[in-house]
Design a protein around this ligand. Structure first.
Ligand code: PMP
Length: 409
């Protein structure tokens, strides 16, 4: 029988010493997941992860994005070990910082400069600050529901945040040009930035690619207003297109926030931008004690080099397609109308007529017991370590999971 005794005992200990037992996006694991879902993990290797009770899973969460090449990727860990030998947090940055900035400006199409931080929120917040410094304007246009981080402007939960903190946020509907233009018209002359994700990846709803019309409208509106277009690639970094996620649409942002996969799980984020915003970026004060640490930068260099060399978006795309085809066929065979929506590199599970997510919960619950870690309401992530054998193993697990829920449905 399935049991998570160690997970249960660690949860009980956490409940005593961590407010609510867990915080931030990890509370979802505790409060809003199927019963068999582990909260605490012990280790990862390649495409696999192990929970604290020793169960092994094919990992389709990839730490919610950071794991791009597979857990503990050899080239990345070698770069980490080599830099760690020399030191990590020093009395100033190491040369790796400049190496990394050079690499990003070579790799990302619109990037003329780069600066670094730790988390996605640091990068999106810095982007907004640069935009305001450059324009002297206040308003920040964002798609409603879209997540851009945990600071006072963006956090989805408003406990501890004042209305004043959010006064300058204006929302529009993603992929809805009319609603975008309405928001722009209402605040024309006072718009510092428009921030968007490359595609719509809100939790609980089907993913939606940006239409070319929408992307172009965002670009044109920002240009017309003299506002900065910020592309929030925190979640998509290196998975869709290493040059920038909107390159295929021919739309270039002024600023891009990267995090998550940038260093294959090591803590570093980046803000890159165009020359026109260089002096504003030099003017703002953004920093942190650990923002200059060398080890994560060495990890980022190795990760980006590897991602470019193997064409990570294509490799992960093939793995994602194989998984999508296999899962959807397995679902159909078991009598379920189910799809993986959005980019195949970061798919979202979607059962037809499953508004309350009952089927998604039952299915992901069963999949865990067959060695596959999926998510019922958040987009998932495929890595370059998900080779054919791994994906086929996952599909076999998924087939068993569909059979199980078909029996009990
Ligand atoms: N933007 C997007 C699109 C994200 O997905 C996230 C994290 N899920 C963030 C910003 C915030 O990143 P972090 O949690 O690293 O601060």
């Amino acid at each position: 029988a399935w049991a998570l005794p160690r997970d249960q005992s660690v949860r009980a200990r956490a409940a005593a010493v961590v407010p609510g037992g867990m915080y931030g996006h990890m509370t979802a694991n505790a409060q809003n997941m199927p019963p068999s879902f582990p909260q605490f993990y012990d280790r990862g290797a390649g495409a696999y992860t192990w929970d604290v009770d020793g169960h092994r899973y094919v990992d389709f969460l990839c730490a919610f994005g950071p794991v791009l090449l597979g857990h503990r990727h050899e080239r990345v860990e070698a770069a980490v070990a080599a830099q760690a030998e020399r030191g990590d947090t020093l009395s100033g940055p190491s040369e790796r910082m400049v190496d990394l900035a050079e690499l990003l400006t070579e790799t990302v199409a619109h990037a003329d400069w780069a600066m670094f931080a730790k988390n996605g929120t640091d990068a999106t917040s810095a982007a907004v600050r640069v935009a305001r410094a450059a324009t002297g304007k206040r308003k920040l246009l964002k798609a409603s529901v879209a997540y851009h981080g945990a600071n006072d402007w963006f956090t989805p939960r408003t406990a501890g945040v004042t209305a004043e903190d959010r006064l300058n946020i204006v929302e529009f509907a993603y992929n809805d040009v009319a609603s975008l233009l309405e928001a722009v018209a209402e605040h024309t002359g006072d718009i510092a930035a428009i921030i968007v994700t490359p595609f719509r990846h809100d939790a609980f709803v089907e993913q939606e690619l940006a239409t070319a019309e929408f992307a172009r409208a965002v670009r044109e509106a920002a240009t017309r207003e003299g506002a900065a277009l910020i592309l929030d690639e925190v979640r998509t970094a290196l998975r869709l297109d290493v040059r920038g996620a909107w390159e295929h649409l021919g739309v270039r942002p002024d600023l891009t926030a990267f995090s998550k996969a940038l260093a294959n799980g090591h803590p570093v984020s980046a803000l890159v931008g165009v020359d026109a915003l260089r002096s504003a970026a030099a003017e703002v004060y953004v920093t942190g004690s650990f923002w200059f640490s060398a080890v994560p930068m060495a990890a980022a260099i190795a990760t980006i080099q590897e991602a470019v060399e193997i064409d990570a978006p294509a490799v992960i795309g093939r793995a994602g397609s194989r998984f999508k085809d296999g899962l959807e066929a397995a679902g159909r065979a078991a009598g379920f109308e189910v799809a993986l929506t959005g980019p195949v590199q970061m798919p979202m599970l979607n059962f037809a007529d499953d508004r309350d997510k009952k089927l998604a919960f039952a299915f992901t619950d069963a999949a865990l017991r067959h060695g596959v870690l999926l998510h019922p309401w958040h987009n998932m992530f495929v890595s370059a370590a998900h080779d054919d054998a791994v994906v086929d193993e996952a599909i076999a697990g998924v087939v068993a999971a569909f059979r199980e829920i078909a029996r009990t449905a």
